[in-house]
Design a protein around this ligand. Structure first.
Ligand SMILES: Cc1cc2nc3c(=O)[nH]c(=O)nc-3n(C[C@H](O)[C@H](O)[C@H](O)COP(=O)(O)O)c2cc1C
Length: 290
């Protein structure tokens, strides 16, 4: 399997992690330098960083569905200053390029995050998590091509680093949103983020199980939806696509590549098997080089 060029980065293989699904700092604390010697991904995507620290949602935060799960973690993070001061030096030591994922509820917040990342040599690319309600409209920024285009026009000039827009599947026409991102200068798009979902407490109360009421569904249950959305987006745009959603095996990654993805991200599967990234890359290599 030849190395992959992605936005000017030479990656050893096409498998990366989905934001928020692999804690490289915690993994290093457990596995030590062995983690760096056998790092499961060809690039590392940080979990979402916001300007202010966030505590996340109250528990319970997880619900198992048929062939998948709903998480309502609520993006806990140390905030921009905490990330730069305490996490970035550790993530900079990883043996692969670092992509930092950021989220803001206004264009101004996103501009501040992107400008701060732009100053950091250790950050090779920036992923915008646009699954966040716009404070003006209440709609997710990434659900609406007009709102996304407006944000991109403000954010794009703030960095020369590659900008990846992480698309939400919770929209009527994801390819239209991807086209808006490309038209406003995105270097790549990634999809899918989680599907909005909820669960009730067992029994007849009808009360929500999750502390955050709704959450995002991921895992094998969403794979067919992800494949359809990745195909639709890859057919619509000329920039590279990172495909994800329910990838568990090399065969699933190969399907994402055939659908037009350049890279494939592994998310929920890493909770079951922390070495899933390396295993899937190995399986993919065997499939592509029979
Ligand atoms: C526990 C959990 C936390 C996540 N955190 C983030 C996050 O911080 N930022 C983000 O953009 N996506 C986040 N995601 C979404 C994943 O990166 C990915 O888009 C989604 O889970 C679909 O892939 P999968 O089915 O392989 O998990 C999270 C997903 C899970 C399951």
């Amino acid at each position: 399997m030849p190395p992959v060029d992605f936005c000017g980065m030479e990656l050893a293989h096409p498998i990366v992690n989905g934001s928020g699904t692999f804690d490289a700092i915690a993994a290093h604390a457990v596995f030590g330098d062995a983690l760096h010697e056998h790092f499961p991904f060809a690039a590392f995507v940080s979990k979402t960083i916001t300007i202010a620290p966030r505590a996340g949602n109250p528990p319970p935060r997880l619900w198992e569905t048929a062939s998948g799960m709903i998480n309502s973690i609520g993006l806990p993070n140390k905030g921009l200053a905490g990330y730069l001061e305490s996490d970035l030096p550790k993530l900079a030591a990883l043996p692969v390029p670092l992509i930092t994922n950021v989220m803001g509820s206004t264009a101004a917040e996103l501009c501040e995050l992107v400008a701060a990342c732009d100053e950091q040599d250790a950050i090779r690319a920036i992923e915008l998590n646009v699954s966040c309600p716009n404070v003006k409209t209440g709609l997710d920024i990434g659900a609406d091509p007009v709102s996304l285009a407006e944000v991109m026009r403000a954010v794009r000039p703030r960095t020369r680093k590659p900008l990846i827009v992480k698309l939400t599947p919770n929209t009527a026409d994801v390819a239209l949103v991807a086209a808006a991102a490309e038209a406003e200068g995105a270097d790549a798009v990634s999809l899918i983020n989680t599907l909005r979902a909820t669960a009730q407490k067992p029994g007849a109360s009808g009360e929500p199980w999750l502390g955050g009421v709704t959450g995002g569904m991921s895992g094998p249950a969403v794979r067919a939806v992800a494949l359809a959305q990745v195909s639709a987006v890859a057919a619509r745009v000329s920039i590279p696509v990172i495909g994800m959603g329910g990838v568990q095996r090399g065969e699933h990654a190969a399907q994402m590549l055939r659908a037009g993805a350049t890279l494939v991200a592994v998310g929920t599967e890493s909770f079951r098997d922390p070495a899933a990234g390396s295993r899937i890359a190995r399986e993919l290599r065997r499939l592509l080089e029979p």
